[in-house]
Design a protein around this ligand. Structure first.
Ligand code: ADP
Ligand code: MG
Ligand code: MG
Ligand code: MG
Ligand code: MG
Length: 708
């Protein structure tokens, strides 16, 4: 979430006359940025992570945890330093608001740079973030990096307790008081609902344990009664009596409710945006050297996204039930799905939160459009304007596809503002297309260059894990560029991988389509790559990596279902698969070859090597994913009745265990192996120490390298 505009957001109805205008202006703004920056060259690698945190209220005596709604106050405290510092200086951590009042987001105060040594700053910076939050919590609060609170939407799960059925969400489960009070967020919530013509309706399968009910009512009986929708005469009453207005749309929703009260299901039913946007994730943004590199990375990372979604899966529980899935992704897709019934019935449109539909790279020889095999609608006016202004076809399609979405929050004030040099209208559409990757054009204000954001990952419990996954992402991006890798597979298969990634135990149970030969020129292991400073590096690879090229180029199809272990750790020819026999190098051996070639200093090698070993063990299934660990914890809990239900006590003990893992008080070797023993130094880290470390690593090797 970037900076929030101020002003008066328009209701969905009041927005109607402006929608075309916002799109037209947004495209014009994009064209302006594009023309100013399309030839921008030789930007340095800069990058940063975003971690979202959950604030919890702890009632020790009742052994109950709830979501603390104090994030806005906490944020104000956290941002004091940033707001009070003199022009031109920086803080070590930037704090940003998020959708729910139990969330805060932290990023490094200044982006990390191209130095390999910067990779070592990440975990330290994340530790500092935790210290900063701790320092502003009340004594009965804790902060965790978890994707979702297990009892989100169950009973009185917030602190303080607030009434449900608020006018923004109309949710039966989540109070509007949980939505960030900045007008953008309630408006977004309500306008999604109004555009859609009904409440969002998210269903996820319940995990079927020994004693799980096969079917249960969508609305628990008490809830249906309470809201007068059990089929009685006054069935609309209590909803209209709540603080909602009685517009046509709200009446529709009440009818839905009556219908729901009659339905039974084996799915969990969730009815508002907070179930998705209240989930926390881990993102990484990378600045590329120019537009072409950024577009190329966008495509490659889009293919890689499901792999990382599976590896980081951490959401096996929602709304008090064990789910049959391990990740948040499809829940958020449903939570902000603004499609009308008509749009859902006809046409190929996905939710505006979903995987990508179009590759965008300008690499001709890789023929990206060969892999664009899902139908992608274009906003025709936008497309025409883009082409007329010299935007190439692939990029024009990408942008025109984003612009099939309507702007959801329009500020009254912004419609009259002078905005040729702003990007407000463009960002309005861009930032509400929530995909696995995002292409971020240069900012005219901050001097940031072309960037690619990697968005699929679920947040992990510890700074160690989050740092490991963030650093791994950066290193994957480095080998993609240095070795000119080609990950292209048809988008329809990327979509299949996204589904597979969310299955229970996906890392060990599922296979993922992946390209057999990832070397762009289709035959050779690259034997050299060049650094931005002009130096040539010569990676040394094992014979098994050499072998991959020889076997893969003789194969008949581009891609093949592989396990995550094979994709990450490699596969030799004798691991027979179907009737084809080929080897695959594994991304980790490419990364090791790369780090070896740039001569990473031994001190750095230990830490980075530890991250790689950790990821490698995760991919092998030697370590549990976070989701599997949570599942196992629940199943072994004495209060668990094998009915998939998570009660308050299980929730309390689970979150307490996570808290202890994070602080190093509890060692969980099934989750973390020997790789992490708790951050004992956590209490010693300070902003000054980080600054000092930053200066120290400037002498080491850089991560800017490309094919020779
Ligand atoms: P959003 O929520 O829209 O993705 P944020 O401002 O929350 O935006 O996060 C931006 C991320 O990009 C942060 O991790 C930050 O460190 C990183 N970042 C900032 N400037 C640059 C840059 N020039 N190049 C690469 N990454 C950057
Ligand atoms: Mg965020
Ligand atoms: Mg964001
Ligand atoms: Mg952000
Ligand atoms: Mg982001």
């Amino acid at each position: 979430m970037g900076l929030l505009s101020t002003g008066h957001p328009l209701s969905w109805k009041a927005s109607q006359p402006y929608i075309r205008e916002v799109k037209r202006k947004g495209i014009r703004q994009f064209i302006h940025v594009y023309c100013a920056t399309k030839n921008r060259k030789d930007d340095c690698l800069r990058w940063g992570d975003e971690v979202e945190y959950t604030v919890l209220h702890v009632d020790k005596s009742r052994r109950k945890m709830s979501l603390s709604l104090r994030a806005p106050e906490i944020l104000q405290e956290l941002q004091k330093q940033e707001h009070s510092q003199p022009e031109g200086s920086s803080v070590e951590v930037l704090w940003r608001p998020e959708y729910a009042n139990w969330m805060v987001e932290g990023t490094p105060g200044v982006p990390y740079r191209c130095f390999a040594g910067d990779l070592e700053l990440v975990e330290q910076n994340m530790m500092l973030r935790r210290l900063e939050i701790f320092s502003v919590l009340e004594k009965n609060e804790i902060v965790l990096s978890i994707t979702a609170f297990p009892l989100l939407g169950v009973g009185n799960f917030t602190s303080p307790t607030e009434p449900v059925l608020g006018p923004a969400s109309l949710s039966l489960y989540v109070p509007d008081a949980a939505i960030n009070p900045h007008p953008r967020f309630p408006t977004l919530t309500r306008n999604i609902r109004h555009r859609r013509g009904r409440k969002v309706d998210i269903r996820r399968p319940v995990y079927q344990d020994e004693k799980t009910d096969r079917e249960f009512p969508v609305l628990p009986r008490c809830l249906a009664h309470q809201n007068g929708c059990s089929g009685g005469t006054n069935s609309h009453h209590s909803l209209t009596n709540s603080s909602t207005t009685d517009s046509e749309i709200e009446k529709e929703d009440m009818l839905d409710l009556e219908q729901l009260a009659k339905e039974t299901t084996s799915d969990i039913y969730m009815d508002c945006m907070a179930f998705g946007m209240g989930c926390c994730c881990l993102q990484v943004t990378l600045q590329a050297k120019d537009m072409d590199e950024s577009r190329y990375l966008y495509d490659q990372l889009a293919v890689f996204a499901p792999i990382m979604l599976a590896l980081t899966g951490a959401t096996p529980i929602l709304k008090g039930y064990l789910l049959d899935t391990d990740s948040r992704w499809d829940i958020i897709c449903g939570a902000v799905d603004d499609r009308t019934l008509e749009e859902m019935r006809h046409g190929p449109r996905k939710s505006r939160y979903d995987s990508i539909d179009l590759f965008v790279s300008s690499r001709k020889e890789m023929i990206p459009e060969r892999y664009n095999d899902v139908e992608a609608l274009l906003d025709e006016d936008s497309y025409r304007m883009l082409l007329e202004n010299g935007v190439d076809e692939r990029l024009a399609k990408h942008i025109a596809h984003l612009f099939i979405r309507d702007p959801l929050v329009i500020y009254e004030e912004s419609m009259n503002a002078q905005d040729e040099h702003s990007t407000e209208h463009f960002e309005n559409i861009q930032s509400t297309n929530w995909n696995t990757v995002r292409l971020k054009p240069p900012s005219l204000e901050s001097n940031a260059g072309w960037r690619t954001e990697f968005r699929p990952m679920e947040v992990q419990f510890t700074d160690f894990e989050n740092a490991a996954f963030a650093v791994f992402t950066v290193l994957v991006s480095r080998v993609i560029i240095a070795f000119d890798l080609n990950f292209y597979i048809p988008i329809s298969l990327v979509d299949r991988n996204m589904k597979a990634a969310q299955c229970r135990d996906a890392v060990i149970q599922q296979k993922f389509y992946f390209r057999r030969n990832v070397f762009a020129d289709n035959s050779h292991v690259p034997d050299r790559f060049k650094c931005a400073c002009g130096r040539t590096h010569k990676p040394r690879f094992s014979s098994s990596v050499q072998e991959c090229c020889l076997t893969a180029c003789s194969s008949c199809s581009d891609c093949e279902p592989m396990t995550i272990d094979q994709i990450i750790n490699g596969k030799s020819v004798d691991e027979l698969h179907s009737n084809h026999n080929f080897a695959f190098p594994g991304l980790i051996s490419l990364i090791r070859g790369y780090l070896d070639a740039i001569e990473l200093p031994p001190e750095s090698s230990v830490k980075i090597g530890n991250y790689l070993d950790f990821i490698s063990a995760k991919a092998k299934g030697e370590l549990l994913t976070t989701a599997s660990w949570i599942r196992k914890f629940v199943c072994n809990h004495e209060a668990y009745r094998h009915d998939s239900v998570i009660n308050e006590l299980i929730c309390y003990d689970l979150l307490k265990a996570i808290h202890d893992i994070t602080s190093g008080k509890r060692i969980e070797s099934e989750l973390l192996g020997d790789f992490y023993q708790g951050n004992g130094e956590c209490h010693e880290i300070s902003a000054e120490m980080l600054q000092e470390m930053r200066t120290k690593v400037e002498k080491g090797p850089t991560l800017m390298a490309s094919k020779d």
